[in-house]
Design a protein. Structure first.
Length: 311
């Protein structure tokens, strides 16, 4: 046994013939699922916008959203493969931050016709080919930033199916993330000792119990896309545009949410606490995988070039 919840204990005893079939857990079904209309959600938000219309070669939009999104299930499905709440008799047990709850969100975009060429700051008196080379430059960009997404500590408790996993029970203060990239692995909670302390804030569920949903927040996210264009006028009604677009222009890496399942944690209790109590890593070493980050939420920088002919 590598987990500390009551369901595992019953399964372990049944597998060794200590208790008969159908005691606590059904021998035939992994889950007993009822389809209902008891899912509910609420969204409250404040949107602030600042806009400058195009004039003097410049325009921008700036938007900031401060919001709360809460529900007892974040799936849009209502079938046996999704959309399940934790307890049909008490729909509010799993009520908390939505999986997609973003507390702070900033979006901004801008277009700037650079002041180069005839009649502008640089090359004010340029004409002919000199003006074609100096003028017609345009810079644009999109910037996005948001706070991290909520997530739960999984238990992988028995019985388990692909439809629902009971989260672990939070028994202390929710640990905050402090990503550490100095070691051989990247850990959301900092160094191995900090990861072990974070693990101690959770325990497995017991019989009839439901864990704490979405009590942790993942890493924040920001990204900038930049475009640079050069326009060449051909007569009165035609234009050729050469442009370069850089997506994730600064090649900024954003870490994905960490792995925080209690499955595989070998120590069942600490300080002589009973079965199913708070868990801990066997040692404050890199062997503790709780909080380890193994993927990114962002894509590497991509650059594209294009030629456009307007006529």
């Amino acid at each position: 046994m590598v987990r500390g919840d009551t369901g595992d204990l019953i399964q372990f005893l049944n597998a060794n013939g200590v208790v008969p079939n159908n005691v606590a857990n059904s021998a035939q079904f992994a889950d007993n699922i009822y389809i209902s209309n008891l899912g509910h959600s609420r969204y409250d938000g404040l949107l602030l916008s600042l806009q400058k219309r195009f004039s003097r070669g410049f325009q921008f939009d700036f938007n900031y959203t401060y919001s709360f999104s809460k529900d007892n299930n974040s799936s849009v499905a209502n079938t046996v493969i999704g959309g399940l709440i934790f307890d049909l008799t008490n729909p509010d047990i799993g009520y908390g931050p939505s999986d997609f709850d973003i507390r702070h969100l900033v979006n901004a975009n801008a277009i700037w016709e650079l002041p180069f060429g005839h009649g502008h700051w640089l090359g004010r008196n340029a004409t002919g080919w000199a003006n074609q080379l100096l003028g017609g430059w345009q810079l644009s960009g999109i910037f996005t930033a948001r706070s991290g997404l909520p997530f739960s500590v999984g238990t992988n408790s028995f019985p388990v199916s692909f439809t629902l996993e009971t989260p672990a029970v939070l028994v202390g203060s929710a640990p905050r993330g402090h990503i550490n990239t100095s070691g051989p692995t990247v850990n959301f909670f900092g160094d191995p000792a900090a990861a072990a302390n974070a693990l101690g804030a959770f325990r497995n569920v017991r019989a009839g119990e439901t864990g704490s949903r979405n009590v942790l927040r993942g890493p924040g996210y920001w990204n900038a896309d930049i475009g640079l264009a050069k326009n060449f006028r051909i007569g009165e009604n035609q234009r050729i545009q050469l442009r370069m677009d850089a997506f994730n222009a600064f090649n900024h890496n954003v870490f994905a949410n960490p792995g925080v399942s209690l499955s595989g944690i070998t120590n069942l209790g600490i300080n002589g606490e009973p079965f199913g109590s708070r868990l801990a890593c066997t040692s404050a070493s890199t062997s503790c995988s709780f909080g380890r980050i193994t993927s990114s939420a962002s894509s590497p920088r991509e650059v594209q070039f294009a030629i456009r002919w307007d006529f």
